[in-house]
Design a protein around this ligand. Sequence first.
Ligand code: CP
Length: 308
Amino acid sequence: MRLSCNDLVSIDDLTDSDVDVLMKTAASFRDISSRQIKKVPTLRGRTIINFFMEPSTRTKTSFEIAGKRLSADVINISGSGSALEKGESFEDTARTIEAMSVDAVVLRHWSSGAAAKLADLIEPHVINGGDGLHQHPTQALLDLLTMRDHGGPLSGARVAIVGDISHSRVARSLIPLLVREKADVTVVAPPVLIPAELRQLGVSISYSLDEIIEDVDILYLLRVQKERLQENLFSAREYAGRYGLNRARWQRCSSECKILHPGPMNRGIEIDDWAANHIRNLAAEQVANGVAMRMAIFYLMIGAGEGG
Ligand code: CP
């Protein structure tokens, strides 16, 4: 089976059936990463370009590892060191990549809409590795896999997404996916960090972490971008005081509650050291699942059904 979409730009590109097969395929690929020889020949002869115009540790590395574990050739391009630095346009760089007969391009870009633009420009499959404030669909998928690992189906699970929703591409991908899964989603943030369109998505809104903290199964913390704190007239200290997950707040959570964070964590702002280091913080599992999920995406986009 292959994914129903040619490109993965938005979480809305995936049908429910796509999501289910991605979850199953990713779970089955996890075993490869625990072997001594972490490589299978599934995508031998395929070529993947990792085109990253913004900093990344988790997404970039895990896409590269995922491709290599499936034996694809993976080539990294970044803004620095490429002809973009010499003034080449995004369009010309895209057509140059296409001319090299590649199978898939993973794009991380600072501009919302860049992944859709690339998908319109070139024939190879495009996978959005995060574009501006728009979407980060593969992050949402690996998050869902991690949540399912710890509680089974998400139907009825109480998930609080805490932080800068307005500027979060992670939230824009994760919230619709969790709503599709019938999770009970509450977003928690200062009013200035909650976008108006959120009300149409069928989620609850809270301005107080303290009011909801005892009634959640999953606390999903978003990174607070330091530049946004100044823009929105509150300090990191004020944010940490009202919305940061610290030891006192964590001890009010249910004994089954889990913490997820897409990373990178700002210790001392949205999470303190004690909560960040807690055994029920699943950030490392999210990273491990990121490799498996990205293997599944490559396989179901450029491998399955072609003798892969
Ligand atoms: N979660 C995430 O996108 O992290 P990176 O910026 O390190 O890729």
